[in-house]
Design a binder for this molecule. Structure first.
Ligand SMILES: NC(=O)c1ccc[n+]([C@@H]2O[C@H](COP(=O)([O-])OP(=O)(O)OC[C@H]3O[C@@H](n4cnc5c(N)ncnc54)[C@H](O)[C@@H]3O)[C@@H](O)[C@H]2O)c1
Length: 292
């Protein structure tokens, strides 16, 4: 009895409050000016991290920073283009100059296709180029920029945002779904990159994992829905929101979409000390829509 009480006292004494989960850590998140990246930045800040909000769109990054700071968090906005190694190097140098260290890196920026995607029934050459430039090489540029610092400190957590669409192909239900193929293949590449990086960086005590979101109503999914309304005869008379809700209903066992904050919570776990022994993994946050 005495031992049981002591054990409980000890474990209660070491419980970390959620708001302190990432206290003292600094995180850099790309594509954090809206959507999932914004949700990740918000949750990491709520859990005590100082967050560097990077985006191609400086104005939206600044808006997210103002929201976080006025809620009592600590955030800094930086304009950066993940497709340019020099731009990411400059962003990381700027973050280090202002804050001094980076513990957590979240390559999140992504695109569904090239400009004009919403009108196309079939992918274009540009869709292959743009999805690979942003969704694959953009991650590599972000990681290349941040790893010299992490290797020097022999510590770091990298959490890549991939997609459950990169784990298994999904039947679009109509013969025109091929416009989504470059995106899905780029996300499979992001998962494979996670595996390689985890092995390569393990000796530097850097954990590399990825989160695979399911279906979220962000500007990216709105573009998918606009494409369906334009190209799928069965969707022609539906609103974009109806197309989204139907997709969630048909494909998600839990029957609901995920939120950017749901993705942020999974990232917070993988970025925390609770995940020190987890590396090279891909975690679905998708309501059970794909099970591998
Ligand atoms: N929305 C979903 O259902 C869903 C599902 C699975 C995976 N994902 C992934 O989650 C991530 C975020 O998606 P989202 O839905 O929030 O998308 P989004 O389009 O709403 O937001 C993407 C953000 O990335 C920024 N960005 C785009 N290109 C950039 C570049 N070259 N450099 C820097 N920033 C750039 C944009 O300015 C924007 O702020 C993406 O990697 C996406 O593939 C989304």
């Amino acid at each position: 009895m005495h031992n049981v009480r002591r054990a409980r006292e000890t474990s209660e004494g070491t419980v970390v409050k959620m708001r302190d989960q990432l206290a003292g850590k600094t995180a850099i998140i790309t594509g954090a000016g809206r959507g999932i990246g914004r949700g990740i930045a918000t949750v990491l800040a709520q859990r005590g991290a100082t967050v560097v909000v990077c985006d191609l769109n400086a104005k939206s990054a600044q808006t997210v920073v103002s929201e976080i700071n006025s809620a009592g968090g600590r955030a800094l906005a930086l304009e950066a283009d993940v497709t340019e190694q020099a731009s990411m190097n400059a962003a990381v140098a700027g973050a280090l100059k202002s804050i001094g260290r980076i513990d957590i890196c979240v390559p999140n920026a992504g695109v569904i296709g090239a400009s004009g995607y919403t009108e196309r029934a079939h992918y274009s050459e540009d869709d292959w180029d743009r999805t690979f430039e942003v969704n694959v090489k953009g991650i590599a540029h972000t990681v290349e920029a941040v790893t010299p610092h992490m290797k020097e400190r022999k510590a770091g957590k990298i959490v890549i945002i991939a997609s459950h669409g990169g784990r298994a192909p999904r039947f679009a239900g109509f013969g025109l779904g091929s416009v989504g193929i470059p995106y899905a293949v780029s996300k499979a590449a992001a998962i494979q990159y996670t595996h390689h990086l985890a092995l390569y960086l393990a000796t530097s005590n850097i954990n590399v994992n990825c989160v695979c979101p399911g279906t979220l109503w962000t500007p990216m999914w709105e573009a998918i829905a606009i494409n369906r309304v334009a190209n799928d005869p069965a969707s022609r008379d539906k609103t974009t929101k109806d197309v989204f809700d139907e997709s969630v209903r048909q494909r998600t066992p839990l029957g609901r979409p995920q939120t950017p904050e749901d993705i942020g919570k999974a990232v917070a776990f993988l970025a925390s000390d609770d995940a020190n022994e987890i590396t090279g993994q891909a975690l679905n946050v998708n309501g059970g829509a794909i099970l591998n």
